[in-house]
Design a binder for this molecule. Structure first.
Ligand SMILES: [Zn+2]
Length: 338
């Protein structure tokens, strides 16, 4: 049976790590003779309330670089876990998990959607205020891109696997960040925060502004544009909107920041326009050195996020005055004029 290199890498990593990691198959994605596992690999504290960082990739199969970046992060992280005593101490208090291939058959077949033609990032039961036409999700046909699936049907196997895997880790956590790695939009790497469903601000605006502030001050030369997803386009069915709404953390004093990394794939196309003639060309760095550079490009962000969840007092434990200050700054930066 055919598989994908990303899954082979995950499986050999699980074997070599032995007892120092917890791994599980969340579900199998299946189509005809093809059946591929969706793995979750978890390091660190088993305390349900512990701070959590989660890295996710491969939701859109065609954006393979997202899965590859997630696997690369997991590999480097697990090497550090072997020898870095500082990190070993950190993991006594925090938990870090990886779900690198949410849509493995999509990766195998170079499709954005899952084997049933559903765009997983439009599949959650969340309706948008004013969705972008087509791109925002529709229920007409699975032959067309951005298909949401049928109304009132259960979510797809892959969507449910992701939701179950994330909820298990973050349900009782005091502070959680997740990063879902995509590509395909713009000339710059973006960090998108909720909502996708509406241009209205999400409840943790102060927290996300404080995170941006931490990133700006720690790495003033970073290249990320931090912004609300709906500032670019508004969509139905976003899985992170759904996870965020279900988590309902604010009401219970739990903080949760779901981020999407949208890698600016037009950079790669601009430097190598003939990529446009390949199906995966607009979404992936195809030239060797550019691919290598992309795989290591986000290591600083990974490190910052690990330190951020380990040190909430530096940015997430806000007094009501600080919170208000960040909310005002966020309104000015992202929502002026709305
Ligand atoms: Zn995507």
């Amino acid at each position: 049976m055919s598989t994908i290199p990303e899954i082979q890498q995950i499986e050999s990593r699980i074997l070599s790590l032995g007892n120092s990691v917890r791994s599980e198959v969340l579900a199998y994605s299946q189509d005809g003779d093809s059946k591929l596992p969706i793995y979750k690999i978890t390091f660190g504290s088993e305390d349900p309330q512990a701070p959590v960082l989660g890295i996710v990739g491969g939701v859109h199969g065609l954006e393979r670089i997202g899965a590859q970046v997630t696997v690369a992060m997991m590999n480097s992280f697990s090497e550090l876990v072997r020898w870095d005593r500082q990190l070993q101490r950190t993991l006594q208090d925090v938990r870090v998990f990886f779900i690198p291939t949410v849509n493995p058959i999509g990766i195998l077949r170079k499709t954005r959607c899952n084997p049933r033609g559903v765009d997983l990032m439009r599949n959650a039961p969340v309706d948008a205020d004013k969705p972008a036409r087509w791109l925002g999700g529709h229920r007409y046909s699975n032959k067309l891109p951005w298909y949401r699936g049928k109304e009132n049907e259960p979510m797809e196997v892959e969507s449910l696997a992701l939701i179950k895997g994330v909820q298990k880790e973050i349900a009782s956590s005091r502070l959680a960040i997740t990063l879902d790695c995509h590509s395909g939009f713009g000339l710059q790497d973006r960090l998108w925060f909720p909502y996708a469903k509406t241009q209205k601000p999400f409840p943790e605006l102060g927290l996300v502004h404080s995170f941006k502030n931490l990133l700006d001050q720690t790495y003033p030369h970073h290249f990320y544009k931090v912004e609300p997803q709906a500032g670019t386009y508004t969509t139905h069915g976003d899985l992170w909107d759904y996870l965020y709404l279900q988590h309902n953390g604010v009401a219970q004093g739990k903080q949760y920041l779901p981020l999407c990394l949208e890698m600016g794939s037009w950079m790669w196309v601009k430097k190598h326009p003939s990529q446009l003639f390949r199906a995966d060309g607009p979404f992936n760095p195809l030239i060797g050195h550019r691919h290598q550079r992309t795989l290591r490009r986000h290591n600083t962000l990974l490190e910052l996020m690990i330190r951020a969840v380990s040190n909430p007092e530096a940015w997430a434990t806000l007094t009501s005055e600080q919170k208000l200050h960040h909310e005002e700054k966020a309104q000015e930066l992202w929502y002026a004029g709305t």
